[in-house]
Design a protein around this ligand. Structure first.
Ligand code: BGC
Length: 901
């Protein structure tokens, strides 16, 4: 018997080893087992495992089931598609769970086994399926402090529960629990959208939280983005409405096949509790003595509570959540506790992060401990909060006084900080009492980058932390001062880098819909969701978010639907510029321009790096039009492609006439002007190289310092590489003195700074009104590090890394650089290493893709793969020589190329 078993195990091991491919990492709408999908044809993706070379899928078969009933069997379909394949079975039903699995055939003549089952749970496909009523507190709220209202409801069940799903949303933010246990691990729900047009709800599987018998639901609300202070339009609160509200619908399925719903309605009870004050910018005050002990459990006496009021807020704009919710991630223990020269008790967590501090300690009843937050210390070593502007960033905890340690953490606010000043702590600070928790959207980490230069590795670290801190449900400019808004310019500038570090696909799918929702006659507001003046629209380089991010996401993820969904928005935006332009020149309106560019004090007029704002506007007008043409071509919209190609020609002609001399000098002789003109092909071929030379001359005039602001910076090194000046790009990258990427790194930065000189060499600060130490925009250099330095890229004809380009650029004195990326097809990685004259490249290409690999070598004969001359490999195709590279075509697999430098 035992022998037989061993034999069976051995046989199955053998077949697994022989089998080249197996589908895994199943995703539905880019999410693993999503709960709450409200599209009628969700899209399925999977990856093929298998380390063998050149594995291609030739066919697939998908089965989708509701329980035992098959609702779609695709049959065997001859197709290589493994990413975002739309459901095509019987109509899917709301609030129903489906399971699915897939198997594949490959070019190796094999069929895989069925994948492991994955599932998805449908949200509501029609708004009418919301039968719960919106409810608000039954008491009159304090209009200033606005303590968080509590909502509770008890109910009992007698039958055996087999499934239970809670659909929840709020005006404001909510935290729900059932029988004292938190529902889900998402924070700051329902997230931030253009609330009056789109309000997300979340769906949770709460089967495990319910019991047969009595059950209690408890929900706490916070003002959040909905009615708390946000932005700087005055007044800056109650932007979406003054009434906080809850919508809650619980569907319970029983073993006998029946079901029951528990709905928010006038039978719910309301009161206030421990959270006495909560605002995004100012922080939270929790008074534990005001806790309603036991209110989350069944049997609590709520006779003194007031009945909730029902409200007829709209339900027609409710949508299921598209993106990953905000969750808790890394935790940090204090690395140092110290007293500042001013006598302040301060904790250093060693990392500028976004989230909050959990405090766990004992104190007497009525004692309060205050936690203030700051990003930096001033030059004397004191706690520095001037750059927070009006944001108090203060959490106050009042103790009830118990024998056990009390634990406090905020619920409806967050802080951006590295340092915490503690007041009211009656002993020497005990490190174990304080834990900092990072919160950000739960995006999968997809990228890694590593090199032989420790400063550049720290730069990558800072870029990643800038992203973590500012991808908190929407892409924000900064996480600490009284701003924290979805600034469009910042987001577009950083979007491509972001797509390397983490999977930002759904994050941007969701936010782009808000871009569209908030457009005003096609014009794009400065911030999305727009909580500022609606007249603040169409600033060049900011408003182009409407075309740039859809295109970047299409490239990064190969998602055509993102272009389909955004096409109207893209076109409306380009049209809005066309309407305000004269003679094809966009030279009207307010523009931020090359925001925060370098302004040297000792330049004659202090303006040497100023780039004409309308010159910039013309470049972005062209770029957006080009992207619209690209999108039209992808979507087969021939007429639009033609119309906008013609417009593009006129825009470029107008640019030449207005901003370029006959010999190709730009009217603004700045790094940004030359960079944008070259990046967006504004100059005819004949004038390009001289423009690149002028750019390089400018760089050397500044001693290889960049002078670019938000708009020039992302493209600067790309342009240098494109025109054969990678060595200069490296000089810029490695520049350690201000202005440069490494100046902050050398000064101990753990995130990207808003300004090149946030803290000056003498330790003094830039003006406090605009000096965030966690602003991701300048982190856009990450894109060049991945795409050019290591050389991981996708071709436009196989977007989403279906057709991969690997082309490293060796230089800068680096002895190695490597990066990896979890693509929709699986892991892609590449790394180069120099040892003396020997150059080694390790490349990993995922199954079901193809790659063009550029090996830096002068002759094919000088390249080996896996120790053998590269041209003796039958599975590697020679494509030729190109600018100092041997160009090869490969399929999936691991490759080790070697050559002499
Ligand atoms: C933000 C920026 C933003 C800018 C507009 C600032 O206050 O922090 O990052 O893009 O305003 O110019």
């Amino acid at each position: 018997m035992k022998k037989l078993l061993l034999l069976l195990i051995f046989a199955s091991f053998l077949s697994a080893a022989i089998l080249q491919a197996q589908p895994l990492n199943l995703r539905c709408e880019n999410l693993e087992n999503p709960i709450g999908v409200d599209v009628s044809a969700p899209r399925f993706s999977w990856q093929l495992t298998g380390t063998g070379r050149n594995i291609q899928q030739t066919a697939y078969e998908i089965t989708v089931q509701a329980g035992k009933q098959i609702v779609w069997n695709s049959g065997k379909v001859n197709s290589a598609q493994s990413v975002m394949l739309p459901y095509a079975g019987k109509p899917l039903q709301s609030a129903t769970q489906y399971s699915w699995k897939v198997r594949v055939w490959t070019n190796k003549g094999e069929v895989s086994g069925w994948s492991k089952e994955a599932f998805f749970y449908m949200g509501f496909l029609q708004p009418s399926q919301w039968t719960a009523a919106w409810i608000t507190p039954g008491f009159t709220e304090d209009s200033i402090m606005r303590p968080s209202p509590l909502f509770r409801k008890e109910f009992s069940t007698t039958k055996k529960i087999v499934s239970a799903h809670a659909f929840i949303t709020a005006h404001g933010l909510y935290e729900a629990s059932i029988n004292g246990q938190r529902v889900g691990d998402a924070y700051l729900t329902p997230g931030w959208t253009s609330y009056n047009k789109r309000l997300q709800y979340q769906v949770y599987d709460v089967t495990h939280l319910l019991t047969k018998g009595n059950n209690a639901i408890g929900v706490t609300l916070g003002s959040g983005w909905y009615r708390g202070s946000i932005g700087f339009s005055r007044p800056n609160f109650n932007i979406y409405g003054k009434d906080i509200g809850l919508l809650f619908q619980l569907k319970i399925g029983y073993s006998d096949g029946s079901s029951q719903t528990i709905l928010s309605d006038g039978t719910w009870k309301t009161a206030t509790g421990a959270i006495r004050y909560s605002e995004i910018y100012n922080g939270e005050t929790i008074d534990a003595s005001k806790e309603q002990a036991g209110w989350l459990m069944p049997g609590f006496n709520d006779a003194q509570w007031t009945a909730a009021k029902t409200a007829n807020f709209s339900k027609s704009h409710l949508i299921a959540t598209r993106n990953e919710p905000v969750k808790k991630h890394e935790t940090f223990a204090p690395v140092k506790i110290f007293t500042t020269p001013k006598g302040e008790q301060v904790i250093d967590f060693g990392q500028n992060l976004v989230g909050w501090v959990v405090l766990k300690t004992k104190a007497k009843a009525g004692d309060s401990i205050k936690l203030y937050h700051a990003e930096v210390l001033d030059k004397k070593g004191n706690f520095y909060i001037d750059n927070l502007r009006g944001a108090k960033c203060l959490n106050t905890y009042v103790f009830k006084g118990s024998n056990d340690a009390e634990t406090f953490e905020p619920h409806f606010t967050w802080q951006g900080f590295r340092y915490v000043k503690v007041e009211g702590y009656k002993r020497a600070l005990n490190a174990a009492d304080f834990t900092a928790v990072a919160l950000y959207s739960d995006m999968q980490k997809t990228g890694t980058f590593e090199s032989s230069n420790a400063l550049i590795n720290q730069l990558q670290h800072n870029i990643e932390w800038g992203q973590k801190g500012n991808f908190l449900d929407v892409p924000t400019d900064c996480p600490q001062r009284d701003e924290r808004l979805g600034w469009t310019g910042d987001a577009q500038v950083f979007s491509r880098t972001a797509a390397f570090n983490m999977n930002v696909h759904n994050f941007f799918v969701k936010w782009l819909q808000d871009v569209e929702a908030d457009q005003v006659s096609g014009k794009v507001p400065y911030v999305i969701p727009n909580v500022l003046d609606t007249n603040g629209v169409n600033s060049t380089g900011w408003s182009d978010v409407a075309t740039i991010i859809p295109w970047n996401m299409y490239l990064a993820y190969g998602d055509k639907q993102i272009l389909e969904n955004q096409f109207t928005s893209m076109k409306a935006y380009v049209e809005s510029i066309r309407k305000s332009s004269k003679n094809d020149l966009w030279n009207t309106g307010f523009h931020f321009g090359d925001w925060l560019f370098y302004r040297p004090e000792d330049d004659n007029d202090g303006n040497a790096a100023v780039t004409d704002k309308y010159l910039i506007a013309q470049c972005f007008y062209a770029h957006s039009t080009q992207l619209l043409v690209n999108a039209a071509n992808v979507l087969g919209k021939k007429e639009e492609a033609q119309v906008y190609t013609a417009l593009l020609e006129k825009i470029k002609a107008a640019f030449l006439k207005e901003y370029v001399t006959a010999n190709g000098r730009l009217v603004s002789s700045t790094q940004t002007a030359y960079t944008l003109a070259l990046q967006f092909d504004m100059l005819p071929e004949s004038l390009r190289q001289q423009a690149a030379d002028r750019l390089v001359l400018n760089l050397s005039n500044y001693g290889y310092h960049l002078t670019t602001g938000f708009l020039g910076t992302p493209y600067l090194c790309h342009v240098l590489t494109r025109f054969g000046y990678t060595d200069h790009a490296y000089k810029l990258l490695l520049q350690e003195s201000y202005p440069s990427w490494l100046y902050p790194v050398k000064n101990g930065a753990t995130t990207i700074w808003e300004r090149w000189d946030g803290q000056k060499p003498d330790g003094s600060f830039q003006t406090p009104g605009m000096n965030s130490f966690n602003h991701y925009a300048y982190g856009a250099i990450g894109d060049w590090m991945y795409r050019k330095m290591v050389g991981l890229d996708t071709y436009e004809d196989g977007p989403g890394y279906q057709h991969i380009k690997v082309q490293p650029h060796i230089g800068g004195g680096f002895t190695h650089a490597s990066a990896s990326l979890q693509t929709n097809y699986g892991k892609l990685s590449s790394g180069w290493k120099l040892e003396g004259n020997k150059l080694t490249m390790h490349v990993e290409i995922p199954a079901n893709t193809t790659a063009t690999v550029y090996v830096p070598a002068k002759t094919v004969e000088s390249v080996t793969e896996n120790g053998k001359p590269v041209n003796t490999h039958t599975d590697i195709k020679m494509q030729g020589l190109e600018n100092g590279y041997v160009v090869l075509q490969v399929g999936s697999g691991m490759y080790v190329f070697e050559t002499e430098k």
